[in-house]
Design a protein around this ligand. Structure first.
Ligand code: DX5
Ligand code: ZN
Length: 219
């Protein structure tokens, strides 16, 4: 699965930018509050506006200090997947239950230096695991390959039947880095600058999908 991140899109033309990636599986929406990360982006009103102009499922990535208050609001609005950071969540089990009760998938994200092992039990309450492959906050950063150890560990747990999460990666994914991520076992690839920095975003989504499929050996 390919999830273009609109963080690198032209915010003045968001509906057109969404229409430029018709082949996207999910549309990744980076919500930042200038507290959890040193950047401020978009919030619930823009998500509600996007839902009115696209049928592509929205993948909302909440990089905010208070996901315990806000995650359920994105699910209520109609987001398909709502991801919170384990570093910020006070009661992640409660968040997952609230999000799922609204009919959305619940995602849990780990920053590059956050280990996975302490959260394996917690992930039984979640549908997606978002492994950050850059420090959250900005698009266009360099991929951190060391995080692939967490992807491999998660892949083993899923393939062994211990977890049922979809494994997603976010940060620095492009035609050069997607193959190693796919080989490590990623299911869903977020790509911002690689897609929206390209002359043809739709063709780039298709190219990323081909590269990932070839490297993963899976469908
Ligand atoms: C960074 C965001 C990413 C960002 C990725 O904090 O979570 O989703 O848009 O951008 P690229 O693909 O340019 O690294
Ligand atoms: Zn993101």
């Amino acid at each position: 699965m390919i999830a273009p991140s609109i963080l690198s899109a032209d915010f003045a033309r968001l509906a057109d930018e969404v229409a430029a990636v018709p082949g996207a599986d999910w549309l990744h929406v980076d919500v930042m509050d200038a507290h959890f990360v040193p950047n401020l982006t978009i919030g619930l009103p823009v998500v509600e506006a996007l839902l009115r102009v696209t049928d592509i499922p929205l993948d909302c990535h909440l990089m905010i200090d208070d996901p315990d208050t806000w995650a359920v609001r994105y699910a209520e609005a109609g987001a398909h997947n709502v991801t919170v950071h384990v570093e910020a969540a006070a009661d992640p089990v409660r968040i997952a239950k609230q999000v799922r009760a609204e009919g959305a998938r619940a995602g849990l994200s780990v920053k590059p230096n956050t280990p996975l092992e302490p959260y394996v039990e917690l992930l039984r309450h979640y549908d997606t695991l978002l492994v950050m492959s850059v420090e959250p906050g900005f698009g266009g950063q360099k991929f951190i390959p060391e995080v692939l150890a967490k992807v491999r560990a998660a892949r083993r747990l899923v393939d062994g039947g211990e977890l049922t999460v979809l494994v997603e990666i976010d940060g620095g994914i492009n035609e050069d880095t997607i193959e190693q991520a796919a080989a490590a076992g990623v299911d869903c690839f977020v790509a911002g600058s690689a897609v929206y920095g390209a002359a043809d975003p739709a063709a780039t989504v298709a190219g990323l999908r081909r590269a990932a499929a070839a490297a993963s050996g899976r469908n």
